[in-house]
Each structure stands twice: as C-alpha cells, then as structure tokens.
Design a protein around this ligand. Sequence first.
Ligand code: NOJ
Ligand code: CA
Length: 544
Amino acid sequence: MHVNAPWWRSAVIYQIYIRSFADANGDGIGDIAGIRSRLPYLRDLGVDAVWITPWYPSPMADGGYDVADYLDIDPMFGTLSDADALIGDAHDHGLKVIIDIVPNHTSDRHVWFQAALAAGPGSPERDRYVFRTGRGADGELPPNDWRSTFGGAAWTRVPDGEWYLHLFAPEQPDLNWENPEVRAEFERVLAFWFDRGVDGFRIDVAHGLIKQDGLPDLGGEGEDVLEPSMRLDHPHWDRDGVHEIYRGWRRVADRYDGDRTFVAEAWVATPERLARYLRPDELQTAFNFDYLRASWDAANLRSVIDESLAAFALEDAPATWVLSNHDVVRHVTRYGRSDTGGRGPQGDVEEPVDLELGTRRARAAAMLMLALPGGAYVYQGEELGLPEVEDLPESALQDPVWERSGHTSRGRDGCRVPIPWSGDGEPYGFGPDGSTPWLPQPESWKGYSAEAEAGDPASMLELYRSALRLRHERAALGDGGLTWDDDAPEGVLRFTRAPGFACVVNLSGTPYQLSADAEVLLASGPLDGGLLPTDTAAWLAVSD
Ligand code: NOJ
Ligand code: CA
C-alpha cells in the first residue's frame, strides 16, 4: 500500500469519446458544451477522472486521431475558452481531466505536412516526416512491405515521386521522431495543455514513433487489419528508442504540481515489455490490453490478472484494467458469443449474440474489474450496458477501416454510436429533439438510456453507481494487493483484500455456496439463498 498515493494509482477514469457523448448545439456531433452539461452525471456515477478523446482541429479522417493543430480546439467541438471552462468545471466537480495526445502521426492538413509537400525531396520540411524513394525501376513500388493498421500499404506516393509512411490512414502521415524539432514541438504541446490545467495525457500509439534504422521489410508477414502484432523486435512497434522520448515527457510533467500523469496506449508483445514504459523516470500508467482481450474463463482471467500484477509490480507501477474502448467491440456483445477472447470481430459474424448472457457476464466482469488493485477505465455507455451496434447500414459507416480493408472489416463505428440519455427514440437526449446523431441509434436503445436506468436497482447504471460508491468507501479497494483463495472450486475466482473484503466470481457451471458468515455488500445478479449463480459476482465483507 502506498501512503498518500497519488490519485492515478487507483483512479476510475471515464472515457469520453467526444463525438458521441453529448451534443449541445444540435449538429449531431458531441461537443465540449455537451460534456460540461453532463458533468453532474459523471460526478454522481462516482468516477474520479475523465479521458477525452482528441478535440483538436481535424478533418476527421480517423475520428480526430488525425490532428491538424495540437494547440487549438476543433470548432465542431467548441473553442479554447470552452476547453478552459470544462477543465475548471470538472475540477469543481472533483474530476481530473486527461486529454489525448497523438504523437505518432499528424493530419495531412497539418501545416508541417503541407510544408513538406510544398518543399520537395531532401528539404528540412520533409525530414519531419518519413519520406523515401520507392523501389522498382522508376520508384513505382513502395519503399518497403509495411502495412497500414487499417489495411493496404503503409505508403502513399506524392506527385514528385517520393513516398511517405503512414502506419494508419494516408491522411495520417507518420512523424520522424529522429528529428529534434519534432521532439521539441511535442514537449511544447504538453506544456501548453498542462499550463491550461489538464491533469494528464493518454498517449495514442505510444508503442509507435520510432522506426528501425533502414526501415527493413517485415518479411512478408501479413498483418491483419486492426490486429496488433505480437512480434518482438518489430521494425516499427515498441522499439527501444521510444523510451528516451517518454523520459523527456516525464521531465515536462514533473515541472508541474498536482500529480500530472500519463497513460500509454501501447499494444506490445508481453507484460514485461509494457512494464518498460512504466520505469520510474518514464510514464506512470499504461492500458492493460491483455485483460481486455482475456476470454471469460476463470483460469485464464486469473493468470492474466497475476501476470499483469507481477509485470506492473516490476516497476512499482499501479495495474490498470479495461474492458472496452472506442476501438473494440463492446464487451456485452463480446461476452454474448462463444469466443469471448480478443477484441471482437469487426466483420460479419454468423453466430447470433446472446445479449442476456453477455449482459450477465458484463455485470460480473465490471465487479471483478472494480475490485482489482490499481486503476480502471470505463468506456462511455458501458455503465448503461450498451451492446455493440452490429447492423449499422453500410452507407452510415465512417471508420476509414471500412474502405481501407476493401469492405472486409466494418470497422469500429458499432461501439461509437452516440449514447442514449433519455426519451423513447432518436436522438435519445444525445442532442436537442429533432437533431440527427452522426451515427444512427437503434430503436432497441429505449431501455438503455441513463434516464430509464436511473433508480432501477436491476440496471447496469445502478450497479456501476453502487460499485463505485463502495470503492470509495472501502479502504481495501485502493492500490493494495490481493490474496487468492486457492480452495475455491474450479471455475470460481475468489480473492480477499485487506481490510475485510472479498470478491467472488462464479464462472463455473454450478451455483457456488457463499460462506454463511459473509455479509454481501453487492452482487451482480440475484442470489439464490446463499448460492451465487453462474456468471455472477459478489463483494463481501469478511473478517481478515
Ligand atoms: C489508437 C486510437 O485509439 C484509434 O482510434 C486510432 O485510430 C489509432 N490509434 C490511430 O491514431
Ligand atoms: Ca455539437
């Protein structure tokens, strides 16, 4: 246990996907004023912080992860003074604010990239990006065999014949992090926002940035669309050179008071590789995607939890836990199919989804996650139990993955549908009546609105509220350790945390008898006398 631990060691952080959270002006797109209007909801939910996805000026080729100006706000979302007001309001509500920083690539509309195109081969402007001549007799072939995460080649040719690298969409040219000007500029960007009062940054593609010298071929290894590579010594992911960059960023954060922090989005091959980002002079926290991808199976969950805790402990860093975000299939849907592992298929799936099963498991999964040591992330709408929207009409799809994959992957729009706040039909209070959300909302969402769920003891919203309240009340539910009960039957996860707390999750096929002296603090579903049914979790007050 860390005495006087900084907030980020055990915070529950609510992810706001800004386009889909709340639309104040009725143009169909979420905005800063919308977020401000919903801060009381977040305070009452009981989270400690918000992470807001990119709000910078952007042509939106990749939902804002194509940044044209890191020092401003897109007019679609508001203004810099709206951002200042939001940061102030959030602090007044007791909420910390984390914003997204996108260092691997800019938008192709960024002034730097426009200057690079204009200045031509060999220029200092081009050196801020990764331009190369092509292969083949006339340079007509890409410089190497790297693939874009969204499908297709990672290279695009410009009219003068050179090619530029983009590990994501062509509208997202990769920066050259060997160039000192790039490094200096991003430290300036961090300071700009720290000065405005943000409490931290979520670092997009933190495992990118540095590319192996000479840009060697991958060797024909076909990388699947959106699937992170699990290869060690990869030519463009998780290169050791990234760490020097984060040491510099840490020095910037440490100039400020108030426990400013970072969270790395790093898809890396092993938990030990992830821990390297968390060395004492680097980043404080990182997303734990192994947990997100773990299948709903007791032995598997336990080993992922143990491996995660061991790896984070290597650097005395807090563990983090996450089940959903704006890039993966919502977990109610993932858990409602036979294959519960991975980030979920973003294509045509033949197997129908059992939402009742998925929801039951999601309720238990939330209680497990919120009982584990360290911090946790809640993706907007998961507290309402929203399922993935898998039947968006093709004409509505906006994720670049849909086009780039040659229509083989529908992409990530199904987890990005604007969330329902109230009412019986579109826009469900997401925007003013009569407005049209940027993605269509299903008719079946009537029962999922925050208004419909509030006060209903059986709802997902009330489960999250109760769990988060208990998390604050119970001293055991912070940044301490856990002890597994090895006598629990196969398929039952049971652990204790001092003082006086136990969490039990039944993933076996048979009801599990809770001990008679345990006081049930919260359960994810109805108990059958003293029996904990399958796919149900309980929090207990126990004696140490
Ligand atoms: C990860 C973000 O979460 C995702 O939405 C985005 O497409 C890529 N990084 C590229 O920036
Ligand atoms: Ca709006």
